[in-house]
Ligand binder design. Sequence first.
Ligand SMILES: [Zn+2]
Length: 342
Amino acid sequence: MLLKYHINRFLHLIVAYKSLITKRKFERRWRTTCYNRARGMFQTTIAKESVAEGVGLHTGVYGHVRLMPAPAETGIVFRRVDLDNFPIEAQGHNVARVSYATSLMKQGVLLSTTEHLLAAIYSCGIDNIYIDIDSIEVPILDGSAEPFMQMLEHSGVRKLRRKRRYLKILKPLEVIEGDRRIGIYPADEFRVRCYVDFPHPLVGQQEVEMLVGPETFRYLLACARTFCFQRDIEPLKAMGLIRGGSLENAIVLTDDGVMNGPLRFPDEFGRHKALDLIGDLALAGLPLLARVEAHKAGHALHTQLVSRLLADPSLWTITTGEAARPERDPYLTALSPAPATD
Ligand SMILES: [Zn+2]
C-alpha cells in the first residue's frame, strides 16, 4: 500500500536528467530538472506534533525539536522552549549570521542552522507551524532534510479555513558579488534554478531547476546532504564551527574523492545547494510566486536577496490563492484526510 502510494506520487513527476561531458578539466556536467503541480489555495498547518533530537552541526549542542500545529496567520515561528518559549519568526528581518549556515536572532536570542528544516516546511506548503527547540541550534540529524520530511509526513497536513497569501514578485531584483549572483523574477509559480561550480572531480558544474512543491522536494532534494572539503575542516574548527560535524552528518570531500561514500545522487552537492536556497527563501515569510536563479550563491547572497526584496514593497504584492493557481494540492490530497478547521 505504502509502495503503491509512493509509486503514484513518483509518477506525478516528470524528471529529466542530462549528463553533459564538457572539455573542462574536471567537468562532468549534471543538469536536473523537475516539474510538478502547484499548491493549494488555503493555508495549512500540521495535523499533529512530531519530534526529533540530535546534535547541532556548528555548536555541537544537543537539542530536541518538536513541530506543533499553529493557527492561521501565525507563519513559521521558532520557539526557544528553554527561554520561556521566546518566539523567533522565520522572517528576513530576524536574519543574523549567514557564514556557513543561516542563523536567526531576535532581541539577542539566537537560533542557528535553520535552513534544512525551513526548506522542508516551505516546500511542503506548511504556512503555519511552531517549531519548539530547547537549544541554540536546529539538530543537523543526517545533514539533509530527509528526517524533517519524515517528521512532516508523520504529522500530516491540515487545511485551515483561511486563504493562503502569496508574495507575488512584480519586478526583478538581482544581487551580484563578483562571479556570484542571485536574482528573483516575476512568475506565476515558485520555481528555482541553482547552479554550482566547484573544481573537484566529483562536483564540477551542477545545475538543478525545478518547480518547488512537496513532491519535487521529496524526490529531488530532501535526501541531499550537506558537504565540506577535508582541507577546510581544521580552519572551520579553528573558527569555532562544525563542533558537531561527523562523517554521519556531512559528506567529506578529499582532494580527489569522497571520504564517506556512497553519494545519494551523482549531483548531491548541487541538489543540497538548491535545498539550502529554498530554506533561505522561506524567510520571505509567505509562499513565493517567483522564479529564483542562483549562480554560485550561498547563504549570504540568499538572505541579502530576501532582505532587499522585503525592504522594497514596489517589487512585490500580496495576493491570495485565487489570483495564483487554484489547483488541488497533491500532497494535501494524499496526506490530510482531516476536516478543514481553524
Ligand atoms: Zn545545507
